[in-house]
Design a protein around this ligand. Structure first.
Ligand SMILES: NC(=O)C1=CN([C@@H]2O[C@H](COP(=O)(O)OP(=O)(O)OC[C@H]3O[C@@H](n4cnc5c(N)ncnc54)[C@H](OP(=O)(O)O)[C@@H]3O)[C@@H](O)[C@H]2O)C=CC1
Ligand SMILES: O=C(O)[C@@H]1CCC=N1
Length: 255
């Protein structure tokens, strides 16, 4: 499949890296002049295109929009004449209706991915164009399957899915940074602290994902009676850790 990523910044670059691991696609990096994008395209063996008319001529099968949300419909309008291409937008908060106004004949679907797609461990909330026939739905799903877990959601659920799944890695990064600081304060060297913390988060996520247990049940399995963990949990409660995370989700949702 010929896949053009439109806007090769943090998310577009992560998607390109994840797709490149699959190696079965022809990738196009569409972005204004930028040496960073030239370098990435070179590393991933992707075609580099700067001008809209060149992208039209290349006739991609799938356009993935990872442009800044406020300009996405304007950018999309440049490709309105592309026939038969699938369109998948990752722009947070830009509706299918708005995108269809910019590309009236295109089939437009939306997703909210997250940065771990770069290592094929992403979480992707997907709202498929309801007018796509089964073959085309399969084509689109197969095109992004290698990037990680795909969770089908209604468009109105995409914002909250996007917040938890899309912004979530940054919240976890803050937590990992703080845990590493704590370990360094107790004398561990920083690099070892980062490795331990990343491995621990990976394992905790894998266990929760595999067992589908409520996080509270998993927590109770760690916190031995009279042990060290419950003391740490009490300290987290005192500092308002859980409340801070709930507030973070609310703030990211615009409340
Ligand atoms: N970052 C994330 O984790 C997630 C991001 N998203 C969505 O992805 C989109 C991009 O976010 P993010 O990657 O963080 O942002 P970045 O700013 O890192 O990337 C945006 C990219 O778009 C490029 N760009 C700017 N103008 C144009 C244009 N006219 N045509 C083509 N490309 C253009 C920029 O180029 P240059 O820098 O060269 O100017 C840049 O490479 C947003 O819509 C966001 O909502 C969704 C889920 C998660
Ligand atoms: O920060 C943002 O707006 C984007 C959307 C989800 C994650 N990053």
């Amino acid at each position: 499949m010929k896949i053009a990523v439109i806007g090769v910044g943090n998310m577009g670059g992560a998607i390109m890296k994840g797709l490149a691991h699959g190696k079965q696609d022809e990738l196009i990096a569409f972005n204004p002049e930028n040496p960073r994008v030239d370098k990435l395209a070179h590393e991933l063996n992707a075609q580099r295109i700067v001008k809209a008319d060149e992208l039209l001529a290349a006739q991609p099968d799938l356009l993935i929009f990872t442009t800044p949300a406020p300009i996405t419909t304007k950018v999309a309008a440049q490709f309105a004449q592309l026939q038969n291409a699938l369109v998948l937008s990752a722009a947070a908060g830009v509706s299918i209706q708005e995108l269809k106004a910019a590309m009236p004949t295109a089939s437009v679907s939306r997703m909210i991915p997250n940065i771990p797609v770069a290592v094929n461990a992403g979480t992707i909330g997907l709202t498929m164009d309801p007018n796509l026939d089964e073959d085309r739905q399969k084509q689109l799903r197969d095109a992004i399957a290698t990037l990680g877990d795909i969770i089908d959601v209604k468009e109105e659920q995409l914002d909250i899915v996007g917040t938890v799944g899309g912004c979530g890695p940054a919240f976890v990064d803050v937590m990992m940074d703080a845990l590493s600081d704590g370990a360094v304060m107790e004398g561990l060297d920083r690099q070892t602290a980062y490795q331990i913390v990343a491995s621990m988060v990976k394992g905790s996520g894998a266990l929760a994902y595999a067992t589908k247990e409520a996080p509270a049940i998993l927590r109770d399995q760690v916190a031995s009676p009279g042990g060290t963990t419950i003391r740490g949990i009490a300290a987290l409660e005192k500092a308002g850790f859980r409340s801070a995370l709930i507030e973070a989700i609310k703030a990211s949702c615009g409340e």
